[in-house]
Design a protein around this ligand. Structure first.
Ligand code: HEM
Length: 531
């Protein structure tokens, strides 16, 4: 009996490998259960939090997606190309939720506005003047310059810098505008002559960028970098820095300073910063020396070759001499701000303008007729007296800025609770003013996607809400360089349209995308020929 019983006992015992498997299964189930329970509790906590915290209760009254995830918010919906982001914010969500809606980008609440009435309430307010978090990306380069600074610092700088855009000063830049327009026109002419039939494809964006850089460099620093005619580390650095900031924005993990500093992009960023800052500092030092040596003679020429147009830099140096507190670094921040704001925006405008002309040949012809009436066959410069006569050109520029505003959206930080349109906007939100969505609102601009310069004829514009058109923003923090930009655009564009004809390149139609300014993902390619 005994041996048999032992045999039976042995048969009933579970084999060791099955035991291991069962233990693993139990372990796995226990882990899944625990993790599930923790997730469930976390979600419950999150649900209770967003239904009871005053912040979330207030923002939940604003239209927007019902669900947003902890940590991620609605971010997954904007993942995609740079052309997808603009569609989501300016079209899809605006159509779905209306002229005010809220979105969570990560855990940050973003309230997007495209109603002229609400924009007026925000932009004319003296309370909501601080910039949104997106501008922090610019801080290493621009520091707290006029664009990024807030509070009292911004107020005092704005007061200090406003005289630099007085009409008498702007008048002195006509020479620079004309000189650089001629150089650009010469480059286009060379390209056209090199095409087999005098007509060929040009990606205009980089050429216009270099022209605007030359203009803003002379205007702000009184020095010439010859970006259009020669290679320069500084120009390359300005150009690359804009791209790099966009690359960084698309990779949220690079927002952690340590990770960024270890990345290839972070190292390149630091090298570019050195080049950019060293250049501006060098020009400031030279200019300081020239001014203190009293080298500027009565004709306005300096021994160092500067032309005395009272560039912005002189104004800042003078202000620091007058005893105002303005360190060399403050001056550098302001100059860097003007270099950045003053070239990318105007390049975007002028490139999209040429595209609009190419896409609307009748309008292009009408501008040409206007130019012939003013300039005839002469190749003379555009003067101060010509500006008021460029009426139709001005309407075309305005219509370009309506359809393709260089700054497609701008932001304000809400630092104390604020009420608009019956909604309480709690402190901590970012308000996003959607220029594209506002400008394409059919209530204000019927048939909004059509290019119709006549919308800006004086009698057509009567009765339109002033905040339905905001390419230069509005209110106390509007664009300080608005008149500069319009003069620059009128002179450069009239010079080009007098000499060249532009046609659309059907194989490479632009793909609109939101970057630091409104650009096209595949460039602005046009077929160009001499008139
Ligand atoms: C087509 C050309 C331009 C457009 C569409 C444009 C548009 C804008 C917009 C929308 C703002 C407000 C941004 C915000 O609130 O965040 C702004 C601010 C600013 N712009 Fe322009 N801009 C242009 C050209 C220029 C030029 C040529 C300069 C300099 C010469 C310039 C200098 C500035 C500065 C310094 C600010 C900040 C003003 C402040 O906060 O007080 N802009 N611009």
């Amino acid at each position: 009996m005994r041996p048999r019983l032992r045999l039976l006992n042995q048969r009933r015992k579970t084999p060791p490998n099955v035991k291991v498997v069962m233990m693993l299964v139990y372990g796995f189930c226990a882990t899944v259960f625990t993790v599930g329970l923790i997730l469930l509790l976390a979600l419950l906590g999150w649900w209770i939090y967003i239904h009871t915290s005053p912040f979330h209760v207030a923002v939940s009254r604003i239209p927007g997606p019902r669900f947003y995830l902890p940590v991620l918010g609605n971010t997954l919906e904007v993942v995609g190309g740079l052309d997808h982001i603009i569609r989501m914010f300016q079209e899809t969500w605006t159509k779905k939720y209306g002229e005010i809606y809220r979105i969570f980008l990560g855990s940050h609440c973003y309230i997007a506005i495209s109603s002229p009435e609400l924009l007026e309430a925000i932009l004319s307010s003296q309370k909501v003047i601080d910039k949104g978090v997106s501008y922090d990306m610019l801080l290493p380069w621009l520091g707290p310059g006029l664009l990024v600074s807030s509070g009292e610092l911004w107020r005092s700088r704005r007061k200090l810098l406003t005289p630099a855009f007085h009409f008498t000063i702007l008048k002195s830049y006509f020479g620079v505008f004309n000189e650089q327009s001629r150089i650009l026109s010469g480059i286009f002419e060379g390209l056209c002559r090199s095409f087999p039939e005098g007509k060929g494809e040009i990606e205009v964006y980089p050429y216009i960028t270099r022209c605007s850089l030359d203009i803003i460099c002379e205007a702000s620093m009184g020095t010439s970098i010859g970006a259009q005619t020669q290679d320069s580390d500084y120009v390359r650095a300005v150009y690359r820095m804009g791209q790099l900031i966009m690359e960084k924005m698309q990779k949220p993990w690079l927002n952690y300073p340590w990770i960024f500093s270890q990345s290839a992009l972070g190292r390149e960023h630091n090298r570019l910063l050195e080049t950019l800052h060293a250049f501006t500092e060098g020009v400031i030092r030279e200019r300081q020396k020239a001014l203190s040596d009293q080298e500027i003679n009565a004709t306005g020429e300096t021994e160092t070759g500067f032309r005395n147009r009272l560039p912005l830099l002189d104004l800042l140096l003078k202000a620091s001499d007058d005893g105002n507190i303005l360190s060399d670094q403050d001056i550098r921040n302001e100059i860097d701000t003007f270099m950045f704001e003053g070239h990318d925006t105007t390049t975007s405008l002028m490139s999209w303008f040429l595209y609009c002309m190419a896409a609307n040949p009748k309008c292009q012809e009408e501008v040409f007729v206007e130019l012939c009436n003013i300039f005839g066959n002469s190749e003379r410069d555009c003067t101060h007296d010509d500006i008021p006569n460029l009426k139709y050109l001005e309407c075309c520029i305005k219509e370009t800025l309506r359809l393709y505003p260089s700054v497609s959206a701008f932001e304000r930080n809400v630092i104390e609770d604020f009420e608009i349109g019956g909604f309480m906007i709690p402190a901590g939100c970012t308000l996003g003013c959607l220029a594209v969505a506002t400008h394409r609102n059919p209530k204000m601009f019927p048939d909004p996607l059509a290019f119709k310069p006549e919308r800006f004829f004086p009698d057509e514009a009567v009765g339109r809400h002033p905040y339905s058109y905001i390419p230069f923003s509005a209110g106390p923090r509007n664009c300080i360089g608005q008149r500069f930009a319009m003069l620059e655009a009128k002179i450069v564009l009239s010079t080009l349209l007098r000499r060249f004809k532009f046609e659309v390149c059907m194989a490479k139609l632009p793909i609109v995308s939101t970057q630091l300014v409104l650009k096209s993902l595949n460039g602005i390619n046009l077929v160009v020929c001499l008139r």
